[in-house]
Design a protein around this ligand. Structure first.
Ligand code: MG
Ligand code: MG
Ligand code: MG
Length: 313
């Protein structure tokens, strides 16, 4: 079908997954590899649409499976549960990522992962290493991704290197991350026309680790109460998904981007794991996690620790 190398981020793509596939396509082309194409594995969320509208560019094409032996480059993920369904049929040439590594392959590949706030930060470094000039569009895409993943440099995932890259991207784009980035994040919090099922799937990730199958979904909001007044509807959508996918538990986190806290709903047979993971009491399936905003750094690791240390779960 496609003799081009396909570049894509994770399912339920966030801004980093969409923009990093576009930026990686641009970098590969500038390095002389014309035979590449950015694609996506899911709908474009409102935050990312804000970025595409700002730049006046189209979203990458949506795909749902690849042909056997299709050559691919993964950005912003490596875990197969978050990739295209038949990723096992593809030949992964490169991975550019900033998540914990849960990936095995039988043949050598280019694997670049750094513990920084965003895939775009790693990509910016690759432009520098390869002495490729960063154009304004690529710079805007990267600035958007960093603003998204680090919640405008407020998340504890933010490194000094992310901050340094942002300064350089601000120079190239003429944008101020505290204005542009905040407007972009706010655009992403508009869920007024979404069903509860759509809301929980804006940014939901599946994990199959420690002999458990679970999801951690996250939605950004500037108003936790507006979400939790509909708690019963979200619980219904979450329970439906638990049934459908046979999940052991589900954590839905509404992250307050103004105050940098998250309030969670946790459901499923193993839902009590969150009490141990976060040291909180769950009341009516919900708990407040103070100063917790990052799934990657502040939600997933304590949950895995609690699962690994609890023989009763
Ligand atoms: Mg991502
Ligand atoms: Mg990312
Ligand atoms: Mg994220």
């Amino acid at each position: 079908m496609e003799n081009k190398v396909l570049i894509f981020g994770h399912k339920n793509p966030d801004t980093d997954s969409i923009t990093s596939s576009l930026v990686m396509e641009n970098l590969e082309r500038k390095l002389g590899n014309e035979n590449v194409k950015a694609v996506r594995l899911g709908d474009v969320n409102k935050e990312t649409q804000y970025v595409l509208n700002y730049l006046g560019i189209e979203a990458p094409e949506l795909i749902s499976e690849v042909e056997p032996n299709q050559e691919v480059i993964l950005v912003d993920h490596n875990d197969k549960t978050q990739s295209i369904d038949n990723i096992g049929d593809a030949k992964v040439l490169k991975v550019i990522d900033h998540h914990a590594i849960n990936f095995t392959v039988s043949s050598p590949l280019y694997y670049r992962a750094e513990p920084v706030g965003c895939t775009a930060t790693v990509l910016y470094k690759l432009y520098k290493e390869n002495e490729v000039e960063v154009d304004k569009t690529a710079a805007t895409l990267m600035l958007s991704a960093i603003a998204s993943d680090t919640l405008v440099l407020k998340s504890p995932t933010t490194t000094d290197y992310d901050k340094k890259v942002v300064k350089e991207l601000e120079k190239i784009t003429g944008l101020d991350i505290n204005e542009y980035g905040v407007d972009m994040l706010k655009a992403g919090t508009d869920i007024s026309d979404f069903t509860p099922e759509q809301v929980i799937n804006i940014d939901s990730k599946l994990f199959e680790q420690s002999n458990k199958k679970f999801r951690i979904a996250q939605v950004n909001t500037a108003d936790l109460d507006s979400i939790f007044k509909n708690q019963a509807y979200f619980e219904q959508a979450i329970n439906d998904d638990i049934q459908k996918e046979n999940l052991d538990f589900y954590v839905f986190a509404a992250t307050d981007i103004i105050n940098s806290n998250s309030r969670i709903i946790s459901l499923g047979n193993d839902a009590p794991v969150v009490e141990k993971a976060f040291g909180v009491a769950v009341d009516n399936h919900t708990a407040m996690l103070e100063n917790v905003v990052s799934r990657k750094k502040q939600m997933l690791p304590p949950i895995l620790d609690a699962l690994n240390n609890d023989v009763n779960l």
